[in-house]
Design a protein around this ligand. Structure first.
Ligand code: HEM
Length: 326
């Protein structure tokens, strides 16, 4: 039911762009961004997805356990500066923060390493992803775009949701937080750590806030359209915000190639360290334009798993970046 509401909501918001070029012979990376632009419209200068956001800064300090799992420089225990972008879901740059369609919220982290290189972690507030592959995500957006409020029932999105139970499962894990600081974020795609001894371990990231606070959806919708963006700036002016970065440890046989398949709840969570956010950047609108987060931009010691979605995400984020910075 929630899934129907979520994606029918997207369809109702859709800026019908029936003439938007959709090339059948394009790569899936291009097609998925085309499908986003078709559903949400293309908004010059903004991301095709997670278009509305706020850029903040802070640092990460790893726990001793992190270095035993991965030799990555971000886990060596030194204080690593980070630039984080929190965002609302969807391709509308002015989506109200209290809208049910604004979840999942995004949290993208850029670690600035001492050697001048960067490593990224791109997470959101789904506990499990709605689809298994990038091609399915493309088809979900196309189905939503083909289902305006006056479409004959069952609509294309009704049919897609009925055929993909993982969409309802994922949507049921979402809430509307009272703050970007009061939400849990997950990496969903699996990555593989290598430690100094050469041992490998598949993990999924979980980013735990100090507390999770979800609003009643009706209350959330009555709030100011920018209440979460404004709240974060005010909170950071008064105090720091912290999150604990954790790794969920896969057991042999846990699926690493499909983010719609959760691992059992009792899988061990290891604290990798504490992320402290201490200030909002002065001009977030300008800062976010230049920022490109890539889920596959990784330091030595962290590799992509066998999930092909990670590679497609890299390509699609680059396509979106080149459209917003022509
Ligand atoms: C096939 C799967 C996916 C595709 C094709 C996709 C595509 C995209 C695209 C095109 C953007 C805009 C990028 C830009 O202009 O910089 C984006 C942003 C984003 N995506 Fe995804 N995405 C996928 C899966 C995911 C997953 C699994 C997560 C979280 C675990 C996620 C979280 C985010 C976040 C947080 C942003 C905003 C990044 C920022 O603040 O710059 N996406 N996605």
């Amino acid at each position: 039911m929630i899934a129907r509401k979520l994606f029918i909501g997207l369809a109702a918001l859709a800026v019908a762009s029936p003439d938007f070029a959709f090339a059948e012979d394009a790569t899936v990376e291009v097609q998925v961004v085309d499908a986003m632009n078709k559903l949400f419209g293309a908004h010059a200068g903004f991301r095709a997805f997670h278009a509305k956001g706020i850029v903040v800064q802070g640092s990460f300090k790893a726990s001793p356990e992190a270095a035993s799992l991965s030799k990555a420089a971000i886990f060596d225990g030194s204080t690593i500066p980070v630039t984080v972008r929190f965002s609302d879901n969807g391709g509308f740059p002015t989506i109200p923060d209290g809208s049910a369609d604004a979840s999942p919220r995004g949290m993208a982290i850029k670690f600035q390493l001492p050697d001048g290189s960067e490593a990224d972690m791109v997470t959101n507030s789904f506990k499990v992803f709605p689809v298994s592959t990038a091609a399915e995500l493309r088809d979900l957006f196309l189905a939503a775009a083909a289902s305006p409020p006056d479409a004959a029932k069952p609509t294309e999105i009704d049919k897609f949701v009925a055929a993909h139970p993982s969409v309802a499962a994922a949507a049921s894990t979402l809430g509307t937080p009272d703050s970007f600081a009061d939400e849990q974020y997950r990496g969903l795609n699996a990555f593989v750590f290598t430690n100094k001894a050469g041992e490998k371990q598949a993990v999924r990231y979980v980013i735990e806030p100090e507390r999770v606070v979800h609003l009643d959806p009706a209350d959330a919708q009555k709030r100011d359209p920018n209440f979460m963006i404004d709240e974060l700036k005010q909170r950071l002016a008064a105090k720091k915000v912290t999150f604990t970065l954790k790794a969920q440890i896969a057991a042999p046989g846990d699926p690493t190639n499909d983010p719609s398949k959760p691992w059992p709840e009792d899988r061990k969570l290891v604290s990798l360290g504490v992320l402290t956010i201490d200030k909002a950047v002065a001009n977030s609108e300008e800062a976010e334009k230049k920022l490109l987060y890539l889920p596959g931009q990784l330091p030595d010691g962290i590799e992509p798993s066998d999930d092909p979605m990670i590679d497609v995400r890299n390509g699609a984020y680059a396509v979106s970046f080149s459209r917003r910075n022509p």
